[in-house]
Design a protein around this ligand. Structure first.
Ligand code: SF4
Ligand code: SF4
Length: 364
């Protein structure tokens, strides 16, 4: 039976695990993924890395294995960090395959659905965009440029004023529509219906602003919006991470007060680290210390973070040591999920802040 979704008067055929058969078959079993997988390093178990995942999933598609709690545990353990995909000679998209495999489990298990329901309820109610009502006004009426800002869940909690202040200072007006969650957390947990619902909500609002570039500050939101664009090519979504936008327009800042020393954690979903590095190195009164393994996953993996606490804590310990060895007392990042993980594991030894918020708070 075809899995269909109706988005904006258009029917989409939702992909299923069996549609990834040829990708799964292209795994040569070379085992290179083992050398970069943070989970494999902790468990030493082939079932927790791409190669082992694909052996299991191949049998699942062929009907020789049945989806079980054990397979689901192996799927949940994957951080979806893409370290293996970036290294894989066959270029297999592990995040898509694991998410579609999770969808097979999700369909048949009420506990997963309940978790999604609670997550949606929380997202619906956090902040209720209260902060936006008071804080996202543009400062003047004459701007050279105009962009639309997609803030996702973090803007419900923290408002949009930092992005407005930052871009206004560079003569850019910011439109802040009432966008909802990007839906990526649901996609990664296999709740594809919810992911498509969020895509539908996005397009309903987006059509009013389709003449403008969309900028986002969150690496995960950017990934989700690019997936929306992939699904609906004729909409010509023009999505940019704010850092790409700043670099392209040669826009940088000067901070007030004493020179600040910071380091940066690269979220797994971020593709444009070079743009961020450019910004950090071109911001006056800021000293950027690149930490060792700045691009290694922070260990946040949704539900696994709570279920597999010990493994995740071990992964985080390396991140903690690398942050401490920079001697910077502030870690910046550009993903809401990473901020949460870095804060939970900071032991009050350093501050964690969103990069755009940090700059907006400190500009002259
Ligand atoms: S690196 Fe790629 S091709 Fe090699 S075993 Fe891992 S998933 Fe398969
Ligand atoms: S996405 Fe990350 S955690 Fe998952 S198998 Fe690949 S390297 Fe390991």
């Amino acid at each position: 039976m075809l899995n269909l979704a109706f988005i904006h008067h258009k029917i989409f055929i939702m992909k299923e695990l069996k549609d990834c058969k040829s990708q799964i078959h292209s795994c040569s079993k070379c085992g290179l993924c083992q050398s970069v997988c943070p989970i494999y390093k902790e468990t030493g178990n082939d079932c927790t890395v791409s190669r082992g995942h694909f052996i299991m999933l191949k049998e699942l598609i062929n009907g020789k294995l049945k989806m079980s709690k054990t397979i689901n545990r192996y799927l949940d353990l994957c951080l979806k960090c893409s370290a293996c995909s970036n290294f894989c000679p066959s270029g297999i998209n592990i995040v898509e395959i694991i998410s579609l495999a999770k969808a097979e489990y999700f369909k048949k298990h009420r506990a997963e659905k309940l978790y999604s329901f609670i997550q949606k309820f929380i997202l619906l109610n956090i902040g209720l965009n209260f902060l936006n009502l008071f804080s996202s006004k543009n400062k003047s009426k004459t701007f050279e440029k105009k962009v639309v800002y997609f803030g996702g869940c973090s803007s419900k909690l923290e408002g949009n004023s930092h992005v407005v202040k930052l871009l206004n200072s560079l003569n850019v007006e910011v439109i802040t529509p009432n966008f909802d969650c990007c839906g990526l957390p649901f996609y990664l947990r296999g709740d594809m219906n919810s992911f498509y619902e969020y895509m539908q909500k996005f397009y309903k609002i987006y059509d009013k602003y389709k003449d403008y570039e969309i900028v986002t500050t969150c690496a995960s939101c950017e990934k989700a919006l690019k997936m929306f664009a992939e699904q609906n090519k004729e909409k010509n979504l023009n999505i940019k991470n704010i850092f790409e936008y700043l670099k392209e327009n040669n826009l940088s800042f000067e901070l007030k007060g004493k020179c600040k020393k910071v380091t940066f954690h690269k979220p797994c979903n971020l593709n444009n680290y070079e743009d961020i590095k450019w910004l950090l190195e071109n911001t006056k009164n800021l000293e950027y210390i690149e930490m060792k393994d700045y691009d290694k996953c922070c260990g946040l993996s949704g539900i696994s973070n709570f279920k597999e606490r010990k493994i995740m804590q071990n992964i985080f310990r390396n991140k903690y040591d690398n942050i401490k060895s920079t001697n910077a007392n502030t870690v910046l990042t550009s993903c809401f999920g990473c901020q949460v993980a870095l804060r939970l594991n900071s032991r009050f030894q350093y501050k964690v802040e969103d990069l755009t918020k940090f700059i907006a708070r400190n500009i002259k």
